[in-house]
Design a protein around this ligand. Structure first.
Ligand code: NDP
Length: 263
């Protein structure tokens, strides 16, 4: 049996085992996927090899450590400098970022998008902004603090704080901050958000499993809204394809979605 895991801290609430194991069952793949609480991110490669995992996912706060510790980094992850998937290939730990293409797949249901505002400047914002930029979509970052904005500017992405932001019309506004995750906060001052959302058509929140204050406000201003469940699902489906060398069809995607609902 092939072994897989999700590394995180905390990891207890992760739905990845249910989702991936449902996928394995659906295609009769002889695999088992478990949670792995990892405290020291710098030990990620050592633990991956020591436990004979064939593949893994990586979640908060280890994505940057996983990037640094990988033998080979492939695709857009090289620019993002954070990875969420490990595969053992020819005894080398090969790393990918499936959050970025998973996000693009999740917003496909909105239709054509030309201009996006991303709220937040953390690891998820990096993945989203670079994925959009690769599709030649115009991206702007808006964050509460200046600290992490230079990363985006180096890629030619506009980035500002609340103080120096000028209101424009965006097709889509994305909340990639953790505001609304464990609290009822908005990701930016209410007045700023209202002025943005009254001109936009779509709003996406990376947070899943709840209707955040951001999505509630966006809906009240007539935006079509979507939470982060599909992003979670599609990053998992793309990782699953790498784990099993199988192309996912609709029935597999739906089996994995059902897996997400399991306790
Ligand atoms: P990070 O900690 O790397 O970044 C968080 C960002 O949010 C920072 O820019 C921070 O600003 C900003 N922020 C935090 N709290 C507030 C607040 N109260 N008001 C305004 N801004 C705030 O987190 P990640 O990028 O890893 O994750 C962000 C969110 O995305 C989480 O909620 C996570 O659950 C979700 N996520 C969902 C995924 C999915 O598959 N659906 C995948 C990955 C993440 P500052 O720079 O000033 O500190």
């Amino acid at each position: 049996m092939k072994k897989f895991a999700i590394f995180g801290n905390p990891v207890v609430h992760s739905k990845s085992p249910q989702m991936q194991n449902a996928g394995f069952k659906h295609i009769n793949f002889d695999g088992a996927y478990e949670k792995f609480l990892l405290e020291d991110g710098d030990k990620i490669k050592k633990e991956f090899l020591k436990n004979s995992f064939c593949g893994a996912n990586i979640t908060v706060p280890h994505k940057e450590f996983a990037f640094k510790n990988a033998d080979i980094v492939k695709g857009i992850a090289q620019k993002i400098e954070a990875v969420n998937t490990y595969i053992l290939e020819d005894e080398k730990v090969v790393a990918y970022n499936t959050d970025a293409p998973g996000f693009l797949k999740a917003i496909e249901s909105f239709g054509k998008i030309d201009k996006v505002l991303v709220l937040g400047a953390g690891g998820t914002a990096k993945a989203i902004a670079l994925a959009l930029k690769e599709q030649n979509i115009d991206v702007t970052i808006l964050n509460r603090s200046e600290n992490r904005l230079e990363f985006f500017r180096e890629f030619g992405i506009k980035a500002s704080t609340f103080n120096n932001f000028k209101i424009e019309k965006f097709d889509l506004v994305v909340n990639s901050t953790s505001a609304g995750l464990k609290d009822e906060e908005l990701p930016a001052p209410k007045e700023t958000l209202e002025n943005i959302l009254k001109y936009s058509s779509f709003a996406f929140d990376c947070i899943y499993g709840k209707k955040t204050p951001f999505l509630t406000l966006a809906k009240s201003l007539e935006n079509k809204i979507k939470d982060g469940e599909d992003m979670l699902l599609y990053q998992g489906v793309l990782a699953f394809e790498l784990f099993t060398s199988t192309k996912a069809d609709n029935s597999l995607v739906e089996a994995m979605r059902e897996g997400l609902k399991e306790k």
